[in-house]
Design a protein around this ligand. Structure first.
Ligand SMILES: O=C(O)[C@H]1O[C@H](OP(=O)(O)OP(=O)(O)OC[C@H]2O[C@@H](n3ccc(=O)[nH]c3=O)[C@H](O)[C@@H]2O)[C@H](O)[C@@H](O)[C@@H]1O
Length: 432
């Protein structure tokens, strides 16, 4: 009997000979191969030859100034010591992005109250890494060790969970900034999506699984016009890729909660400012530029519409983060298996009093005793929204969150820090 070739099993179109069908199949295969090569070629040319290709970093961790090195008995001892709980019912918390603005403040607050804290940070150069190193030195003095590495490094994350059975993860590592997303979209996907998934993959495998609190953003409200923003409002119209990746994070959190029983709490931060802040944020570079006599771009909406933010002081945000950790229930799964439903939450952490950017500048002028050179311009269409305003009733009810610092008081503390920090840095540079 004639052996049937596997092609004979190919379903034939009714009314056509099988041989005819085989020829057509071969010719389609050839066409498919040809067009696949053309497609891959076009993609290759687009990414590696186009003038903007240098702006699309597929692996932004390479911006880290040093290559991470970890492992060995001495390193493990440092990790264990840093994460050791020193109070009754304390937590052992892995803080990602610990050398970042919010990460540094949260880490030191946790350490102060007796929790074990281990930091993780890739020290990338999105903004001046010297500031990150200075924050690291601050934490080191408080007894917090920061492991140098990327959240996309699954082997490193696994190792950390082998060394320490973390009860909680405070996930603050992210590519922040609304406008930079147009310059370097890849870095947002790398940190805020791939990095988050990498972290959740390791958390879901851990025994016990930790409870996770992580930084979402007020930017998820995007083009929503209903104010104040409540957690129930729509968040499906992001105005920047940054916002879209944070929104994606919220959906990813839902998935890992649903499938693996991970306890997940997302915090939507509203324009956080304060000492040790981020130099890419307006209040920070306005201060620098006002002092240097440089003009500052102040955005306004259509028809001279006010652009305002619900600026939130760092100490209030830290209280919100600790409240979220304290009320987080345990994850229900272990070793990659869900055992029952787990907690899934999202909260606004804002100040509930939006302030026009022009008022922020006036406050800075008074504090710095220097008149700003104001360059008022139209709000660019690169991700900015005109207005943010948080409804914080849910966070108040569930986390006991109650912001107490107004913009005037908060900026005063920022300016004091700024002048101290940079005059000390200046003296150090002069001494060299
Ligand atoms: O709340 C948030 O979720 C977000 O808050 C900030 O984003 P943004 O509010 O845009 O903060 P800034 O970049 O410091 O801008 C503050 C205000 O100054 C305005 N601005 C900014 C830059 C500039 O040159 N001129 C200017 O008037 C902006 O339109 C905005 O109203 C952070 O940068 C984001 O990482 C964070 O997620």
């Amino acid at each position: 009997m004639k052996q049937m070739s596997h092609l004979d099993h190919t379903p034939s179109t009714p009314g056509k000979f099988k041989m005819d069908n085989r020829l057509r199949w071969h010719s389609s295969l050839a066409k498919l191969t040809f067009w696949s090569f053309v497609f891959i070629g076009v993609i290759f040319i687009f990414f590696y030859r186009s003038p903007s290709s240098s702006r699309f970093h597929s692996d932004p961790s390479r911006r880290s100034l040093r290559t991470s090195s970890w492992g060995g008995p001495a390193w493990e001892k440092k990790v264990r010591t840093s994460a050791r709980i020193r109070s009754r019912n304390g937590f052992s918390v892995l803080v990602t992005g610990a050398a970042g603005f919010v990460g540094t403040h949260v880490s030191s607050a946790l350490k102060r109250r007796g929790d074990g804290v281990l930091g993780l940070d890739n020290f990338n150069d999105y903004y001046d890494p010297t500031l990150k190193r200075a924050r690291q030195a601050l934490l080191e003095r408080a007894g917090v060790f920061i492991v140098e590495g990327d959240i996309n490094d699954a082997a490193l994350l696994k190792k950390l969970f082998e060394v320490v059975p973390f009860t909680h993860v405070m996930h603050l590592a992210a590519q922040a900034g609304v406008r930079y997303a147009m310059q370097n979209p890849g870095s947002y996907v790398h940190s805020n999506i791939a990095g988050f998934v990498s972290l959740l993959e390791v958390c879901k495998e851990a025994t016990p699984q930790p409870a996770i609190v992580w930084a979402s953003s007020s930017s998820v409200y995007g083009l929503n016009t209903k104010v104040p923003f409540s957690e129930k409002d729509r968040t499906d119209q992001p105005a920047s890729l940054y916002a879209a990746t944070k929104k994606a994070g919220e959906e990813i959190a839902h998935t890992y909660n649903h499938i693996y029983g991970l306890s997940l709490t997302g915090l939507r931060f509203f324009t956080v400012y304060g000492p040790w802040g981020r130099p890419d944020m307006a209040y920070f570079f306005f201060t620098k530029d006002i002092l240097n006599g440089k003009s500052i771009p102040i955005f306004e909406g259509e028809n001279h519409g006010t652009v305002a933010r619900d600026f939130t002081y760092i100490d209030d945000i830290v209280k919100g983060c600790l409240g979220a950790l304290d009320t987080a229930q345990k994850s229900t799964g272990s070793g990659g298996k869900k055992k029952g439903p787990a907690q899934l939450r999202v909260f606004n952490l804002g100040n509930t009093s939006p302030i026009p950017v022009t008022n922020l500048v006036t406050i800075l002028e008074r504090l710095l005793k220097v008149k700003a050179k104001r360059n008022v311009m139209k709000l660019p269409r690169n991700g900015d929204v005109q207005f943010t305003h948080a409804n914080i009733s849910l966070a108040h009810r569930e986390l006991g969150y109650k912001p107490t610092t107004n913009l005037q008081t908060g900026l005063k503390k920022f300016v004091r820090w700024y002048l101290n920090y940079y005059s000390a840095a200046g003296k150090k540079a002069d001494a060299r």
